[in-house]
Design a binder for this molecule. Sequence first.
Ligand SMILES: [Zn+2]
Length: 262
Amino acid sequence: MQPVKLILIACLLGNSLLSCAQNNTNWKNKKCAVALTYDDALNIHLDQVIPALDSVGLKATFYLIGSSDAFTKRIPDWRKAAAKGHELGNHTLFHPCYGKRPGREWVRPERDLNNYTLQRMTDEIKMNSVLLEATDGKKKRTLACPCGDTKVQDSSYLYGLKNNFVGFRDGTPDANAVNPFAKVTVQWVTVFDNTGDQLIAAVKQAMEANALLVFVFHGVGGDHNINVSAAAHRQLLQFLKQQESQVWVAPFVEIAEYAKSK
Ligand SMILES: [Zn+2]
């Protein structure tokens, strides 16, 4: 909330609210930044989401699992997506999560973070970056932690990876500690059956708060248990296109780099 407070203090010192808001706007002189992120390397991302984004000229981040079928069988398609300006984000090689948490029955023992070491986790994440670099030729990217789990035993694996990524798409305390967003209001929407109007309302709220808004998508029109309708997604994209003079939509890596440079 720091930037909002600063704006209010400046205004109390005598400037008009309007000019204060304009003078304190970050995000390339727009009202807010929006990161559209899509997790888990799904065929529907290539077949439906990227064409929808491209139709309105918006760029997004796709957090890819290196071992997934939709990645290994379609590397040329992901390469084309990257060439269009989308970020191929790192979502680890095998998507390990804590299997003992509620609702995690799907986690296989060999992919359970309880059975990992810190070294194995960081090695696998670095190898996934190598795989992604071989695909898109880029060295800079961001990481999204599977299931939002950031620790092996009691140690966070993010600190040791601080120099390997521009930023981490997570709001955990350790991600906050290493991310370049200390002076930024960050808002999150984990998209699960939201309506188009609800998604748009989140953008309007971010515009008012001068915030970075991060959308976390999985399925769009199917292909995942965590899903949103293609119509709601399309409605959001159309709104973002209409608001492009006021809302900066970019891959997460670009937004993190911008925040780092400030
Ligand atoms: Zn995931």
